[in-house]
Write a new protein. Structure first.
Lengths: 211, 487
């Protein structure tokens, strides 16, 4: 089950690269939350019960339901439909995302050969998610899609942190802390304020400070 | 004691927030500055002057026993904590005057966020656990975001967004580095610095190198090292003056600290060369970025922010080169913090006079506010590396360390970049003081007295810089050397 979930997580990033619909991004984010929940369940035997409950609430409650709901509400309220025009080709972003996934898996395999890693796919998927999310943040034009990219990066980081969940539960709990605080702070407090400045939420509108 | 200091600052933050109409803001800021400065002096004494009373202070610092494991008191933490405490005390003094001139509206939340920010920095500097350091640095991002957005203008909101967003990405990458460090330590992972240092040779070099790369990207973002510095010119220039002073003078050092810790770890693990080259290269790039912008930026606060990128770069170069460079890095960290805090605070005073941040629109400062003009020029001289200020010695030692490290060919490039930065800053800053011009803002609003708190903190900082530059000896020398030995 773990391997299937990991491959599915990697595939969500390819879907994100291939779509320009912001609602599609939010759905991909929710799907990632659900997949991470399944992943936590698949490792249930290794984790302590309290830690398992905490992670289950975080993945299902926060990552799969609360954050996507909040973002979907924001997207609908501000009537943001697409990041780029439908006429723009999606071939290159999709190809780049596939390349990142392959590169991530290669890093995972390389790491496994260097020793210390039991499951190459685990690391490959998380590295690929982190890198592909960074690519989303750098290349997308809407503030909301950049926030979504950040949330996906957080999912990648969470995935990596679950690799050490049994030995260092503290690390995973801290990752959850990061998620909840920054996620809520970024979305709720500042995104709405920035949107209140007017405009269509394009990153180009935030260019009054430059040299 | 360390836990008590952090908790008392947080309690003062609550009091400042709860009091009606910001009445407790000034007393809380003053009380917190006094507590932090006293604690920092005591800890610095404990490290720099070994004696019976010093060891008593050191054991008190780690009490109660429950938190002892989480507190790290060595030369580096004591030294950077002292630098932070001085900058914080001067910025708090200035903030009291700033809030008085601004009026009671939102004074309470400002003081509360300021104190929470300071408490987080103190925690980050004195922590023995890398994940705890990370939590405290994350907390500075959240508290700092409110402070940067305090003026609630379009520019400050935009700057806050970039600060929050880019630093959050940086902090996430730093978190990845901690996970990788945990993997490097399998099968008995730990993030306690003393345990990591003790077991450094058993760490997996592959994961340690990966952790270092992510740490440079993550903590480097928070420290404003190029090319991850994009948020810094915006946030430092749009924040209120006392906030800019602590952001530049204290936070950047606090963000560099975990990088220094991981650098030491790589050294102990036998892969220090790789880490040092990476850090020095990032530092050099930071100096290059500042040189590229110094000649074209026309906003004096942004110019100061770019100068922070440069100076943190110089600290990183020194730490990366090692040897005498480590000593230069520590000297430069304090020299930059004090002079940059003084410059940002004076920039706040100038902004209150002229209501503009464009250096071309500030003219004849010397005749309009001679004291501010004197502070501005003296602070500029202090940061530009001229004797008798300590940045002269630190830059000189950095150049010497290029030769010591066998990379003499970098010295002329470094010096040319410094001259270019000096030319850019000098043209803008000295023009503001000496150039004559049409002073429209003075006709629009006549000058009012800003009070002694708009000048006194900078005078204290400059006096400290002079004393530091004229004679680094005795316990101060011991403290700087103790800090450098931790790199």
């Amino acid at each position: 089950l773990t391997d299937v979930v990991l491959i599915a997580l990697g595939t969500t990033m390819i879907f994100v690269a291939a779509t320009s619909r912001v609602e599609g991004y939010v759905k991909a984010l929710a799907a990632q939350g659900l997949l991470l929940f399944l992943l936590v369940l698949s490792r249930a035997r290794e984790l302590e019960p309290a830690n398992l409950a905490f992670l289950a609430v975080e993945t299902l409650g926060v990552k799969a339901i609360a954050v996507p709901l909040l973002l979907m509400k924001t997207v609908r309220r501000h009537e943001i439909s697409r990041d780029s025009s439908p006429a723009e080709p999606v071939f290159w972003p999709t190809a780049a995302s596939c390349a990142i996934l392959v590169a991530g898996l290669a890093v995972g395999a390389w790491a496994a050969r260097s020793g210390g890693v039991e499951n190459a796919l685990y690391f490959g998927a998380s590295f690929a998610m982190i890198l592909a999310s960074l690519a989303v943040i750098v290349t997308r034009r809407k503030i909301i899609t950049q926030v979504l990219g950040y949330m996906m990066m957080e999912n990648g980081v969470f995935l990596l942190s679950t690799a050490v969940a049994a030995e260092m539960p503290l690390i995973v709990d801290l990752g959850v802390l990061l998620d909840v605080f920054v996620g809520i702070y970024v979305i709720a407090a500042f995104f709405n304020k920035i949107q209140a400045l007017g405009g269509e939420g394009d990153i180009d509108e935030l260019s009054s400070l430059k040299d | 004691m360390v836990a008590a200091v952090v908790i008392s600052m947080l309690l003062l933050a609550v009091v400042a927030l709860a009091a009606p109409r910001g009445k407790a803001a000034a007393p809380c800021l003053a009380a917190s500055a006094t507590i932090v400065l006293s604690a920092a002096l005591a800890l610095a004494y404990a490290v720099a002057a070994p004696s019976e009373s010093a060891s008593r202070i050191a054991s008190m610092a780690a009490s109660p026993a429950g938190v002892a494991r989480y507190v790290r008191l060595d030369g580096l933490s004591a030294y950077l904590f002292l630098v932070m405490a001085v900058v914080n005390a001067c910025a708090s003094l200035y903030a009291i005057g700033y809030l008085r001139r601004r009026g009671p509206e939102r004074a309470g939340p400002f003081a509360a966020a300021f104190l929470a920010f300071d408490a987080s920095m103190a925690g980050a500097l004195l922590s023995n656990h890398l994940a705890l350091t990370w939590v405290f640095l994350e907390a500075t991002t959240l508290a700092g975001a409110y402070l940067v957005s305090f003026e609630r203008e379009r520019g400050s909101l935009e700057a806050t967004w970039k600060y929050l967003f880019i630093c959050s990405i940086g902090v996430s990458l730093a978190f990845v580095s901690l996970i990788l460090l945990t993997l490097a330590g399998k099968p008995c992972p730990s993030l306690f610095l003393d345990e990591l240092y003790a077991n450094a040779s058993a760490l997996d070099p592959f994961w340690l190198k990966m952790a270092l790369a992510f740490a440079v990207a993550g903590f480097g973002t928070k420290a404003g090292l190029a090319p991850m510095h994009a948020w810094l010119p915006d946030a430092h220039s749009e924040a209120p003056a006392p906030v800019s002073a602590v952001l530049s003078g204290a936070l950047l050092n606090a963000a560099l600290l975990p990088l220094f810790r991981i650098l030491k770890l790589t050294e102990l693990a036998g892969i220090g060369r790789y880490a040092r080259i990476l850090l020095a290269a990032t530092g050099f790039l930071s100096v290059l970025v500042c040189a590229a912008f110094a000649l074209r930026v026309r906003n004096y606060k942004r110019l100061l922010a770019y100068s922070s990128v440069e100076n943190i770069g110089i600290v990183a170069i020194g730490a990366g080169l090692g040897g005498i460079g480590a000593l230069a890095a520590m000297l430069h960290a304090a020299a930059h913090s004090f002079s940059k805090a003084s410059l940002f605070l004076t920039a706040g005073t100038i902004h209150e006079r002229y209501h503009t941040k464009k250096s071309d629109e500030v003219r004849a400062l010397g005749s309009r506010d001679p004291l501010a003009a004197s502070l501005w020029v003296a602070s500029f001289v202090a940061i530009s590396g001229m004797p008798p200020f300590p940045s002269f010695l630190s830059k000189f030692l950095t150049v010497k360390s290029f030769f010591d490290a066998g990379r003499w060919w970098l010295a002329p490039i470094f010096l040319v970049l410094l001259v270019a930065i000096l030319a850019g800053m000098g043209r803008a800053f000295l023009g503001m003081v000496y150039a004559r011009g049409n002073d429209a803002s003075r006709e629009a609003s006549p000058d009012r007295a800003l009070g002694p708190l708009a000048y006194a903190p900078q005078l204290i900082l400059l006096a400290l810089l002079l004393a530091f530059g004229l004679g680094v000896s005795g316990p101060v020398q011991a403290l700087v050397e103790a800090a450098a030995s931790c790199l």
